[in-house]
Design a binder for this molecule. Sequence first.
Ligand code: S3P
Length: 171
Amino acid sequence: MKNNIVLIGFMGVGKGSVAREIVSQSGMIAVDTDDIIESMENRKIKKIFAEEGEPYFRALEKRVAKWLRNSVDNTLVSTGGGFYKVPKLREIGTVVLLHAPFETIYQRILDHPNAAKKLKKRPLFQEIDKAKALYDEREPQYMKMANIVIDVSGKDYETIAKEILKKTSRK
Ligand code: S3P
């Protein structure tokens, strides 16, 4: 098994912020699958969805997954909310699910000073009913894929990062 940590979970649950906190606590190198895809394509996720459609984006995620499997180790990998569907996800590393109820996630986004921007950049979070349906469909699948589940409700990023590093035996 590779020594990567792979953070999965729904849009807005805080994967990016938790990743930054893990980096500052552990000194691990981090990569983010959405950032890699934006660099590969030299355009934003929103634009890729609008110009090419979702299946094109999902194919890019599979390419990134293959690269991570073959070439990356000892790294913290934060992922987009749909990345968990790539083949052989667990071969990339220890899969850690950040879990919270949908209402908590949505409220967290709304409470953010950049809430409008955070919603606008996410093509699959444009309508709340559709986002909730997607959450309900995905949550059991996330649970199935996860080696470790972290309940993030009511916890700050520092606490969540500590818990992840402890449970993955990094600290
Ligand atoms: C997606 C989540 C997004 C991004 C894309 C699709 C999804 O990442 O990969 O918009 O299918 O849930 P975040 O989880 O960082 O918002």
